[in-house]
Design a protein around this ligand. Structure first.
Ligand code: ZN
Length: 279
């Protein structure tokens, strides 16, 4: 017996548990394939380097558990590694280069398209992957014809009323949000005796922000000495449970919308063209 890949979501939704004949027979018209992309990178003194990959798998597992049986939504093996070179000053970070990550995602997407699927979600749980994956998504739209989506659980607005204003602004890495989640997902993997509060000093700056529209390029050791950014001393497993369940509920609804989205319906005909056609 082997315990990984157990439970409803993995039994019912894990694409590579099927045979090639079963995959060939799947209706592709309304199918959605999900590629989770995480990171293996330092997450402060209190959290495992697998934090981002772990959060992605947990959120997806809970979301897929909430889908009804008809949903034609399929999970690929999660890609644990991401582009994490901003964390390489801390040991345990394993980073793919930008070109490697783009190459991996491109090769996987090309194979997904060749099997006849039409929709692919890049499900991302590491902020450092975001810019690259959005570039890759558009390149894939052009090269494969797939409808490609970018989705990140942190953008599902599941914690807006649970975090302080300071945390919403600066809690970008191993802060209250992520620490609460891992406390709920794998409590034994959090060192509660090493929680840390670290907030950058951006006082006196009117335009520059860490992740806003006017920004400076940084690596983590430029802006944090502990490797964390935010206040994990506020984290609780109860908060993590709530964020996890809200993320899962919203994600399940979002995935259903993505699975039936048709990009061909987005463009509206110009008025002149319509009147010519109507005439
Ligand atoms: Zn993280």
């Amino acid at each position: 017996m082997f315990e990984r890949y157990t439970g409803e979501a993995w039994e019912a939704r894990f694409l590579p548990r099927l045979t090639y004949q079963e995959i060939a027979a799947l209706p592709k018209e309304d199918a959605l394939v999900i590629l989770p992309i995480g990171a293996i990178e330092q997450h402060g003194p209190h959290m495992p380097v697998m934090t981002d990959a772990l959060i992605g798998e947990a959120v997806l597992t809970h979301a897929l558990d909430q889908l009804d049986e008809e949903g034609n939504i399929w999970l690929l093996p999660p890609l644990a590694y991401g582009k994490s070179n901003e964390h390489l000053d801390f040991p345990g970070t394993i980073s793919l280069s930008a070109s490697t990550l783009q190459g991996l995602v491109t090769d996987i997407a090309t194979s997904v398209a060749k099997a006849g699927f039409r929709r692919l979600v890049l499900f991302n749980t590491h902020g450092g992957n975001t810019d690259l994956l959005n570039v890759a998504a558009r390149e894939l739209r052009i090269s494969t014809g797939l409808m490609v989506f970018f989705l990140s659980p942190s953008s599902l607005n599941a914690a807006h009323d649970l975090l302080s204003d300071e945390e919403k602004e600066y809690g970008i890495h191993a802060g209250d949000y992520e620490t609460s989640l891992v406390m709920a997902i794998k409590p034994a993997w959090v060192h509660t005796d090493k929680l840390v509060r670290e907030i950058p000093d951006l006082s006196g700056l009117h335009y520059l922000t860490l992740e806003g529209k006017t920004r400076f390029a940084w690596v983590m050791s430029d802006i944090s000495s502990s490797g964390a950014m935010g206040d994990s001393t506020q984290a609780t497993s109860a908060k993590g449970e709530l964020i996890l369940s809200r993320c899962a509920t919203t994600l399940a609804l979002a995935l259903k919308e993505l699975a039936t989205f048709e990009i061909s319906t987005v463009r509206s005909a110009p008025r002149e063209e319509m009147s010519v056609r109507d005439a």
